[in-house]
Design a protein around this ligand. Structure first.
Ligand SMILES: C[S@@+](CC[C@H](N)C(=O)[O-])C[C@H]1O[C@@H](n2cnc3c(N)ncnc32)[C@H](O)[C@@H]1O
Length: 215
């Protein structure tokens, strides 16, 4: 039996490459995760994964947008025409060109603008001082004060938005938290990283990259 989603997707859209099950899975995942931004490499004609993601974002109604790239102009144009005339036009931006080039060039646009927290745009240190219990566990005597101090606070609804700030900071201070795990996953060669574990709990014994100074 075909689902409503599959029937609708096959009523008039351009060709797509996913099976019914794959479309439904992708649709459900987007509905569950509720992303603000989705990036896709390879729109093709736009009737496959692109449509599942866009339809889910549209149905969520939370303003999430899919950015999809297609480097082959004829494919892009078919998809562009379809979505411009569809109910989903507010939930998708179609880019013509290479995904890698596009995402690299637009990187800042997909991440929180650090100027939200750093209006002067000068050098800064990034400090995440509290875990979920709200207790400040940073040894502030170790934090540089000759530059601005920016504290990670939920300026956006997506922790990944802080990646850019971590990359640009002169140094990063973290306590035990998911934010530390995020920073630990980044490639930040030469950047001073401080892991404030003085008041650590038994949960702090996981491995981290060697670059962190445990203080
Ligand atoms: C497998 S198809 C995409 C299928 C589509 N997502 C769907 O579900 O129907 C791959 C598409 O990616 C495009 N493509 C490949 N490499 C790309 C890149 N680096 N940037 C943008 N598009 C790319 C190809 O032109 C092709 O149209």
């Amino acid at each position: 039996m075909q689902t409503e989603l599959f029937r609708e997707m096959n009523s008039n859209p351009p060709p797509g490459q996913l099976s019914e099950t794959e479309r439904q899975y992708l649709y459900d995942q987007v509905k569950i995760i509720g992303p603000r931004t989705v990036l896709e490499s390879g729109t093709w004609y736009g009737g496959g994964s692109t449509l599942s993601i866009t339809r889910a974002l549209h149905d969520l109604g939370t303003g999430g947008v899919l950015h999809t790239w297609e480097e082959h102009a004829p494919f892009h144009e078919v998809a562009q025409t379809f979505y411009a005339a569809s109910d989903y036009s507010a939930s998708i931006v179609l880019h013509r060109g290479s995904f890698v080039d596009g995402v690299s060039a637009a990187d800042d646009a997909f991440l929180a603008d650090v100027s939200m927290a750093n209006p002067g745009g000068g050098p800064f240190v990034l400090v995440h001082s509290t875990g979920s219990d709200g207790v400040d566990r940073v040894d502030w005597s170790l934090v540089r004060r000759d530059v601005e101090v920016i504290r990670v606070s939920p300026l956006t609804d997506n922790m990944l938005d802080w990646r850019l700030a971590a990359e640009r900071a002169q140094e990063v201070h973290c306590v035990e938290s998911s934010f530390h795990v995020l920073v630990d996953s980044l490639d930040l060669p030469g950047k001073p990283l401080f892991f404030h574990t003085k008041l650590r709990t038994r949960y702090a014994r996981h491995r981290t990259r060697p670059a962190w100074a445990w203080v």
